[in-house]
Ligand binder design. Structure first.
Ligand code: SAH
Length: 353
């Protein structure tokens, strides 16, 4: 048992006792790094189910979308498919299979932190090359970038309006239990002016990590050509409040209960990310809901074709379509943000103004 790692909760307690409260972003970053490093959290037996694991239709429609963009951009070569946090590699496998029918057969680059998931991804897409972050991606070719439920796993920072003014939301200890505390440092200067007069207790959440990923993607697209689809749950208007949540075995749990053993996520602030992308020189094509986007791409027709080919699976195929696209399932909460390099075509499924 000597290689069993110390529970992360113990490490955090020791750290907080010796150096004081830690930021929520630190807590979330370390928790998720530990969580993903050692396990496959996806699927019915795991902690949560994602769109590519529900049905092959999801990855296939993404692959067709990428092929359409690439063909209308005059099929530039060389070209690379880049996926951020590919999970089991299912989306990439389905997308690349669909794209190949249109002669899009790109080099494959995966940005993945988890050794356990890299192994599964390598099995799904044997020729994939791995990166710890975006910095080492090739810089001499167009990039077709996809990320599904990647941004929501990146750490968020929260500011809270305390009695004395704005403070960072920190994690401290009460005995052995983790508790929220307001940090000692005044943070008023970090709060946008429209929020500054907020009532005591108001929380604002930001994700500097997601912002920097989108800035890097946009900079790459502007310099190298290409396009990106970032799919996640989140909102397209600015709002206050904490959206951080933890999930284990398909149930919401207290993020403080067992750090490193549950997936901690936060809603993606697509409004801010769209502004950041535009500021870095790319076209933001819009952020429709996943349901609108999949329907515009023809998920109905695709489901019907699958059902005709395998009539005994008709009910399952239609249930998967509804799960992905219906408003009361994933269709409304999930959004698809589309970005394109200058000079690249406008993407299918994104309404032109
Ligand atoms: N896209 C997959 C998996 C989503 S789970 C799907 O839709 O099924 C989140 C993924 O992002 C996992 O592969 C996880 O290991 C990876 N990930 C999370 N934080 C990361 C980070 N900071 N750097 C690199 N990969 C990360």
């Amino acid at each position: 048992m000597s290689d069993t790692p110390t529970p992360l909760a113990e490490t955090f307690r020791r750290l907080i006792r010796s150096t004081g409260p830690i930021s929520l972003a630190h807590f979330m970053a370390e928790s998720n790094a530990r969580y993903y490093a050692s396990r496959d959290p996806l699927g019915a037996d795991g902690d949560f189910v994602t769109a590519p694991e529900i049905s092959q239709m999801f990855g296939e429609l993404i692959g067709l979308w990428l092929a359409d963009m690439w063909i209308r951009a005059d099929s530039p070569l060389p070209v690379a498919y880049v996926e951020l946090g590919p999970g089991r590699g299912t989306l990439a496998r389905d997308a690349l299979r669909a794209a190949k029918r249109y002669d899009l057969d790109p080099e494959v680059h995966f940005v993945e932190g988890s050794p356990a998931l890299r192994k599964l991804q390598q099995e799904a897409v044997p020729h994939a090359q791995f990166h710890g972050d975006l910095a080492t991606l090739p810089d001499d070719r167009a990039l077709l970038i996809v990320g599904n439920e990647f941004l929501d796993a990146l750490p968020v920072r929260q500011l809270v309006r305390a009695a004395e003014g704005w403070r960072e939301r920190m994690v401290g200890l009460d005995g052995d239990s983790f508790i929220y505390l307001a940090g000692a440092q005044p943070m008023d200067a970090a709060v946008p002016s429209e929020w500054r007069a907020g009532r005591q207790g108001t929380i604002i959440e930001t994700s500097p990590a997601a912002a920097s990923v989108v800035a890097e993607i946009a900079g790459r697209l502007a310099a190298q050509g290409g396009c990106a689809l970032l799919v996640d749950y989140g909102h397209t208007d600015l709002r206050a409040g904490s959206t951080m949540q933890a999930v284990r075995a398909h149930r919401k749990v207290d993020p403080f209960a067992a750090p490193g053993e549950a997936d901690i996520t936060a809603h993606v602030d697509f409004a801010t990310l769209a502004k950041i992308a535009q500021a870095h020189g790319v076209t933001w094509m819009g952020t429709p809901t996943q349901g609108e986007w999949l329907k515009a791409l023809g998920i109905e027709t695709r489901a019907e074709a699958l059902a005709i080919r395998a009539p005994h699976q008709r009910a399952d195929v239609m249930a998967a379509r509804d799960r992905l696209a219906a408003d009361d399932q994933m269709g409304h909460l999930f959004k698809v943000m589309g970005l394109a390099a200058p000079g690249w075509p406008h993407g299918f499924g994104f309404e032109q103004e």
